[in-house]
Design a protein around this ligand. Structure first.
Ligand SMILES: [Fe+2]
Length: 211
């Protein structure tokens, strides 16, 4: 049996949504505990939801779980708006993290070294929803964008997602190669949430798709 997937991701593997309309205080991401964890560049991560509620950035498979049913960590006490963003989606969620990406003006390095696919569906039982990832960009990064490629070695498959403040988008990151080009000058912060594909996620996306 295959995993349940969203039809609306079938063509491109990603969808750009309307920006989040609320305001979020920078304290909700700046005051968190960041761990040294590299993914797609010079990054640090703050864990908001982990497999068991401990401050562990590793995959849920370390705990014998698929990337679902995340448990809030201590950090979440400082991030009430972000918590509400996730919970009010009504979607089954797994890991929730803040990524802090330090600037680099080397686009070629992003395209040749940092592009990667995620491992979102390890231990995901057959017949359940495919795990994809939702982003909200927290800082305003008008010169930055996410680089996506269907084929890592084929630049003609490359697409870009702009990273303005409150930008929201959904990506099948186990299918698409991805990394962020961020020339700075300040670090870029974004929240990344693992969501399970299914009717709830479809509803959440449809309510935010540009008209
Ligand atoms: Fe990734």
């Amino acid at each position: 049996m295959a995993h349940r997937k969203l039809k609306l991701l079938k063509r491109d593997g990603f969808v750009i949504l309307d920006p989040y309309e609320g305001r979020i205080s920078p304290e909700e991401w700046e005051s968190l505990n960041y761990l040294d964890w590299k993914s797609g560049g010079d990054t640090n991560f703050a864990v908001l939801a982990s497999a068991d509620g401990t401050d562990d950035p590793r995959g849920f498979w370390e705990y014998g779980k698929p990337d679902k049913d995340g448990v809030w960590t201590e950090n979440i006490q400082k991030a009430p708006t972000l918590k509400r963003w996730v919970e009010s989606s009504g979607v089954r969620y797994g890991r929730v993290r803040i990524i802090k990406l330090n600037p680099s003006s080397n686009l070629e390095e992003v395209q040749t070294r940092f592009l990667h696919q995620d491992d979102n569906n390890r231990l995901n039982p057959d017949g359940e929803g495919w795990v994809v990832r939702a982003w909200m960009n927290l800082t305003d990064d008008p010169d930055s964008y996410m680089v996506l490629r269907e084929d890592k070695d084929d630049p003609s498959t490359e697409r870009h997602i702009p990273l303005l403040r409150n930008a929201q988008f959904l990506v099948d990151t186990e299918r698409l190669w991805h990394a962020v080009y961020h020339p700075g000058p300040e670090p870029r912060y974004a929240m990344i949430t693992s969501f399970e594909s299914g009717p709830e996620l479809e509803k959440w996306v449809r309510a935010r798709m540009p008209k």
